[in-house]
Design a binder for this molecule. Sequence first.
Ligand code: NAD
Length: 475
Amino acid sequence: MFISGEWRDARSGGSFEVEDPATGEVIASVPDGGADDARAAVAAAHDAFKGWSTSTAAARADLLYRAWQLMTDRSEALAELMTREQGKPLKASRAEVKYAADFLRFYAEEATRVTGEWLPSARPDQRFLVLRQPVGVVAMITPWNYPVSMLTRKMAPALAAGCTLVLKAAEATPLCARAVFEIFEEAGTPPGVVNLVTALDPKPIGEVFTTDPHVAKLTFTGSTAVGRHLAGVAAGNLKRVSVELGGHAPFVVFPDADPVRAAKGAAALKFLNAGQACISPNRMYVHEQHEDAFVTTMVERVSKVRAGNGFDDGVGVGPLVDEAAVAKVADQVDDAVGRGADPLVGGHRLGDGEFTRGHFYAPTLLAGVGDGMKIYREETFGPVAPVITYGDVDEVIDLANDTNYGLAAYVYTRDFSTAIRAFEGLRFGIIGVNDVNPTAASAPFGGMGDSGIGREGSHDGIEEYLETKLGGFAL
Ligand code: NAD
């Protein structure tokens, strides 16, 4: 763990093992921190806050540029570590490292663009000044599915704003977190400004993060259930809260869309990270006139997606994070098939030969999915593309919106008015129009409803780490 600028063991002396999800092999062991370690990390961040928050924006930008350079220089090693620890294919790991580094550069630039305001008063002898200042110590909790970019998406804007931080990495991917903190150490981050704790049991750490009076803000990315609980406790202690949670993205193919292009987009998007992405499409609404063309192209594409070890050439889908994840996917598919869905490709676990020791599920295409099946409502987080055929164009936006989640949605259409109506009508934070990758460091990422509160990336992302202070000046 990295606390006060030093690499430390857990106070308890305990450690836990990290496994390669493709092979089950133990690849490292890391400190198993507890509440004491979390409190020490918060105290270190608190002590460092005065110095960091009063440093110049230019100095903070320089640090982030150096971190960007270091991450870029070692991107290949970082990508290999990610594939080993998290399982995604090497090509996807490289793309994630690039995305992660983009946040460092974007917020290096954004650090120098935090401004204030000079406001008029109704009184001639009064002036108002508005100042934006860092909120204070930020506690961060991150997931395993994007184990580098989910860190920089929080750390870069927080540091740019002048906050200090304590981050608890996901128990499945502490090595990627360690590599990110090594970069910040080498970039010359002052002691205590960034602190890392690792733990097998996240609960005691979460308790410290949501109750310690020195923590000003909690930012969490992970499941809706955990985020809801932590946000509730943190808000009860009047801490600021941002939560990026789960999703259940609709993917709507309109009658005027090119169904082949839409199917190619759907197949590329669905199997990214083995479907373990919060913006992964979970309901593909295809107009009945395109069902044949869409499904035929999907069958072709999905049949060619090869599961395997992310280091092997040609592998498009790596392992799932653990056995529980495989069981959840299997349960949803079995439930859907039991209720009449048609598994056109896949539809089963992979457990023989090269798959014996890892956590694999076959790339799957399910046709004939409908309401009443678990997969229609629950986040799958696995390599399953569920296709729903619809007939009434006037109803499809309401169908797409019929979920408590509100993170991402996708539409395929060649009609400009349809695109604008869908963009306006869908109740989601991110809409891809003929676009399966509507994300970038410069763009706001976040959801509505059960998908969370707040935005990351873009100028909005730094606002999450700033307080507004008003000065009234009587002349
Ligand atoms: P998770 O909620 O189980 O874990 C996320 C993090 O929370 C981990 O670091 C974990 O250790 C920690 N955690 C779990 N229980 C805790 C507790 N009681 N107290 C404190 N910390 C606790 O989620 P996961 O399975 O790791 O991640 C998958 C979920 O994350 C999916 O639902 C996915 O949609 C979501 N996600 C959302 C986004 C987004 O930006 N909206 C991005 C990536 C993942």
